[in-house]
Design a protein around this ligand. Structure first.
Ligand code: KG4
Ligand code: ZN
Length: 358
């Protein structure tokens, strides 16, 4: 393997693991030279969730033009190309990874196969995001539509999982409750807006896992409690009552996240920072609850701005820069996209080439 060259120039990042088509070019210090993001929400909304085949086709339609335009805007010669290669929806991953590999091959550049979860976890270290940037190790709470993890982030490629959800991810719970309240899809942002009009103490809802040992999560009981509550009212709620349900649900999620984060912080005394990332970290009530816990435990909370909490390509390019700085020369072009890829599994350093496989 050749020595890492990525720090010699800009890096292109590509994100296509779910329903955001995104590309960004960062200089090696982490400055954003160009970025573009297209949310496919309108394509999927009438189905009430992401349709994988539609997502893959939409990535295919949009990504090539988007990459050309960010490259033109950045105007500098690339030093490396990175794409999310898992975990995620396989069709989109193939589109993003293949475009990145083609570009790497054509321009003879290193290719970085990025784990989407690691990209979320490292985004808080973008140098302009917090002063000082979170130093390793830190505790990461990753809360999105598909994931809920508490992780000790020790460095690129070095993560220790302390807890995870036993059922739904919090974003999934937000989306399902929003659907029950007829708020459309995706539900998180709409539910947060409605919650602003309600009273978070109005509706008693369960606080799953509170005070339990360990740092696992559970959201399905909460979701069912909301469903039962709504069914008992025959679905006839005034706007004010709906807002109370939304606010009470949001408070219950925020409290559970805060309670689990407190337990985890006590398990990792060396971690000075609590990093919160993923789509649900865009929620203001969640951010306030976690900042409060961090302060009570004598730590600092760092969360990317909402636009970098949800899926984006800036975090993908940045993850490649972090990996290169840590000595990773990149992956060869035979590394396949992976729908499932645990954060603790090693990076796909090299897959056997067809010749090696014989
Ligand atoms: O990280 P992300 O963009 O995609 C995944 O990797 O899953 O997260 C999307 C999830 C969705 O479930 C969405 O409803 C939720 O994050 N979300 C929010 C908010 N913004 C996005 N949940 C609560 N409040 C928000 N403001
Ligand atoms: Zn994500």
């Amino acid at each position: 393997m050749t020595a890492p060259v990525v720090t010699a120039g800009p890096v292109l990042g590509i994100e296509t693991s779910c329903d955001e088509t995104a590309a960004a070019v960062l200089d090696p210090s982490g400055r954003v030279l160009a970025q573009a993001l297209w949310s496919q929400v309108a394509e999927h909304a009438r189905f009430g969730g992401v349709v994988p085949e539609l997502a893959a086709r939409a990535h295919l339609a949009r990504l090539p033009g988007m990459v050309l335009s960010v490259l033109a805007e950045a105007g500098a010669r690339l030093a490396a190309v990175a794409a999310t290669t898992g975990p995620g929806l396989i069709g989109g991953l193939i589109v993003g990874a293949n475009l990145a590999k083609g570009l790497a091959l054509a321009r003879n550049l290193p290719f970085y196969a990025i784990n989407h979860l690691e990209a979320h976890a490292l985004a808080a270290r973008l140098p302009w995001l917090a002063d000082p940037s979170p130093a390793f190790p830190y505790l990461t709470l990753l809360v999105s539509g598909g994931h809920c993890l508490l992780v000790e982030t020790q460095g690129p490629g070095a993560h220790r999982v302390l807890g995870r959800t036993l059922d739904d991810a919090p974003g999934e719970a937000f989306d399902k409750v929003a659907k029950m309240l007829d708020l459309g899809w995706p539900g998180g942002p709409a539910l947060e807006r409605l919650a602003a009009e309600g009273d978070p103490r109005a509706v008693p809802l369960p606080r799953a896992m509170r005070g339990r040992l360990g740092c696992n999560f559970s959201f399905s009981g909460l979701k069912t409690a909301v469903a039962t509550r709504l069914a008992a009212r025959g679905g006839r709620l005034s706007r004010r009552e709906q807002a109370d349900v939304a606010a009470s649900f949001q408070a219950a999620v925020a409290e559970q996240l805060a309670d689990r984060a407190r337990t985890a912080l006590r398990m990792v005394p060396a971690c000075e920072t609590l990093v919160v990332s993923g789509g649900v970290a865009a929620n203001a009530a969640v951010r306030v609850a976690l900042a409060t816990v961090a302060a009570q435990e004598g730590r600092r909370m760092v969360a990317p701005p909402p636009g970098l909490c949800t899926d984006n390509a800036v975090m993908v390019a940045w993850a490649a820069i972090e990996r290169a700085r840590a000595g990773d020369p990149g992956q060869d072009l035979f590394v396949p996209p992976r729908p499932r890829w645990e954060l603790t599994e090693p990076s796909p350093a090299r897959a056997a080439s067809p010749a090696e496989r014989g």
